[in-house]
Design a protein around this ligand. Sequence first.
Ligand code: DGL
Length: 276
Amino acid sequence: MGNVSPGNAPIGVFDSGVGGLTVFREIMRQMPNERIVYFGDTARVPYGSKSRDTIVRYSRQIVRFLLTRQVKTIVVACNTASAYALDDLEKEFDVPMIGVVKPGAKVAAKASRNGRIGVIGTEATIGSSIYSQYIEALKSDAAISGKACPLFVPLVEEGLWEDPVTEEIARRYLAELIDIDIDTLILGCTHYPLIRSTIGKIMGPDVTMVNPAYETAQELKQMLAETGLLNSEQPGLGRDSYQFYVSDKADKFIHFANSIIKYGILSAKQINIEEY
Ligand code: DGL
């Protein structure tokens, strides 16, 4: 059975679909000896156009599922769920959790020189104004402009990462942020780093792009260290270290996951999330 220390339990990571793999990838990179269980809610993506109640209900079901996998902590690798559900989940469940919004806001507040910060995200995330709240608390003179980009998630989920259609849509969405001369742009949806090169091309080299995944993984590492939950053993890369679950279309997920994580995902299991 091996060592049963709590630190050797896996980290649970979830998103509405493949986007959270950008956070998974970063955790893998920064903490190579951690086990991870990933859940992508591929049957119910996108979350960004849904109501708060639905986002909370979906997120709660996923946390219940992840707890059956004996996770030691949960990373809400979805800005939309971080914005609407994280507070409720933290009250309801007795497991340490971390979202992506607070770490992203922190990096952006630090990175911006002219104080003009753009945030792109789902309709729900932008509608929540959560990034503005966190950034203003850290940098009171910041001017934050949010822009919902609802077509980005379906384009990413369809694999159109570098495609003229994605570029044209991105140009339309980003035009107003270019006009107001932002110097920092938060990729406030975990799907967006997958089209980072398209977004970067349009915004130009003077705009710093913030991917909250890096800081999230750093804060996670710190939290695990402080609570004595870092893995003390060295499981090494392999099938046993990472497990993937989805609510629909496991084959499609594996295909995309393999292009995001250069690791060779061999299997993803489909589960009925409505049972949780
Ligand atoms: N990737 C998610 C986020 O960070 C959600 C995308 C969606 O399902 O709409 O917001």
